[in-house]
Design a protein around this ligand. Structure first.
Ligand code: FMN
Ligand code: NAG
Ligand code: NAG
Ligand code: NAG
Ligand code: NAG
Ligand code: NAG
Length: 384
């Protein structure tokens, strides 16, 4: 009896596999081509998840795992991806959507970009391509989108700055800080000299991320001393630079409120791609919590969000709650196996999906999208 129940349970599980790489036929079409180590042709990839599939075949196990991994049992990693499909759309029809394209460009802290999504700050771009982050700078310029460079980039800040096509290209710089304020002051000066327009301060990792998958390959987090970061310190840091400091990793409405009370210009909702604290909510759930408890926050400061964004409709769901711009991490990291061309392609694909998903949902003006576009009654929870 027990055995047959288990057998039934495994059939039930098999019926709804985890959709990390949804089966849309890529294995059937390209499986043989990549079997001998050949890079799948870029033109054969049709969507963002395809870049993960291609990178998984091409990169060595340790490098691929560093990009792919999540914290501990990876519940937050999976939830980031699955949460979007828990909320059904409420598409409208017979609306004039012919001008939707004109409303795709946006501003981020006053800077113009062609789309409301950006390249999230991710370390170690060199694992996918020898040119590393240079490809993100060039790809972002070609697509006219924002790139936030990680402090732990494979290439130096000088190389990243030099890769800018012209001095007007806007980059933001992500940072982790040490307790040494002299060092911090020097870092801030360097970032200002490089021409970055904002400092993105990662606040979701005062401890070491517990990364089981990555630890097996020696690419987990390094053990660090617990980092002192408080709102009092935030003010001290703000006094050390003329640049706005954006806290990245806000995960509750409480901290969103505190951030606003402490005078931030923008907040960045994120659980670090599910890599830091397993059990942390996705940014869609956090945006929903803010919408339900303190919706004015979306008007008081700019709100950015990332985690698990793979489709045009994912971007739209976040924007419908009032998020201004959406970060994309792993798809860009994986696309870098094709260098700058791969980075450009991700941007083109996501713009195309954004425009057409909006049109098919009856949205004629992206700036007027609102929460009524989604049914926010969740279909099911974490364990179903
Ligand atoms: C390989 C990798 C490295 C990352 N490195 C950093 C980092 O150095 N600083 C940081 O704030 N976030 C880092 N992140 C988190 C990203 O900024 C972003 O929050 C996350 O990737 C978004 O989720 P997604 O990958 O599902 O799009 C990293 C993520 C990945 C996948
Ligand atoms: C790998 O396989 C593909 C498809 O079968 C073939 O076109 C290609 O030449 C092969 N490459 C190598 C290096 O064997
Ligand atoms: C940004 O776009 C607006 C509206 O198109 C334009 O007026 C402004 O000059 C642009 N700013 C920059 C810095 O290009
Ligand atoms: C995997 O690839 C990375 C990046 O190219 C390289 O630094 C590393 O040595 C490789 N590791 C193994 C085990 O081959
Ligand atoms: C702090 O950083 C500065 C600049 O790198 C260095 O000279 C100094 O020795 C550091 N102080 C401590 C206590 O490590
Ligand atoms: C920051 O600077 C302002 C204005 O100079 C000052 O009032 C404030 O006390 C400073 N705060 C900290 C924490 O240094």
């Amino acid at each position: 009896m027990r055995l047959s129940l288990l057998a039934l349970a495994s059939v039930a599980l098999a019926a709804r596999p985890f959709l990390d790489e949804p089966d849309t036929g890529i294995e059937e079409q390209l499986g043989e081509i990549v079997a001998n180590g050949t890079l799948a042709p870029l033109k054969s990839l049709v969507g963002l998840p395809d870049f993960q599939w291609s990178a998984r075949q091409f990169m060595n196990a340790s490098s691929y795992t560093y990009y792919r991994n999540g914290a501990a049992g990876e519940w937050s990693y999976r939830n980031n991806l699955e949460v979007f499909m828990r909320f059904k759309l409420r598409p409208r029809v017979l609306k004039d959507v012919t001008k939707i394209q004109d409303s795709i460009p946006t501003t981020i802290l006053g800077h113009n970009f062609s789309a409301p999504f950006f390249i999230a700050p991710c370390a170690r771009g060199g694992y996918a391509h020898p040119d590393g982050e240079v490809n993100f700078v060039k790809g972002a310029a070609a697509g006219d989108i924002l790139y936030m460079a990680s402090l732990y980039s494979s290439r130096s800040m000088d190389d990243i700055t030099a890769a800018k096509g012209n001095s007007s290209q806007v980059l933001f710089q992500q940072v982790y800080l040490t307790e040494n304020m002299t060092e911090t002051q020097q870092l801030f000066r360097k970032i200002e000299a490089a021409g970055s327009k904002a400092i993105v301060l990662t606040v979701d990792g005062p401890g070491t991320g517990i990364r089981h998958r990555a630890a097996r390959f020696g690419v987990g987090s390094a053990n660090i001393d617990l980092n002192l970061l408080t709102w009092e310190k935030y003010h001290t840091l703000s006094n050390m630079t003329s640049l706005p400091i954006i806290p990245k990793g806000i995960q509750t409405v409480d901290d969103a409120r505190e951030a606003v009370a402490n005078g931030v210009k923008a907040i960045y909702l994120s659980n670090h791609g599910g890599r830091q604290l397993d059990g942390a909510p996705s940014s869609l759930e956090v945006a929903l919590e803010i919408h339900q408890n303190e919706p004015d926050i979306f008007k008081q400061v700019e709100v950015y969000a990332d985690g698990g964004v793979r489709y045009g409709s994912d971007v739209l769901k976040l924007l419908s709650l009032g998020v201004r711009a959406v970060g994309v991490g792993r798809p860009y990291m994986f696309s870098n196996i094709y260098g700058e061309e791969g980075v450009k392609r991700v941007t083109e694909m996501l713009k195309f999906e954004l425009i057409n998903d909006a049109a098919n949902g009856g949205i004629g003006d992206l700036k007027k999208i609102g929460p009524e576009w989604v049914d926010w009654r969740a279909l099911n929870g974490w364990y179903s």
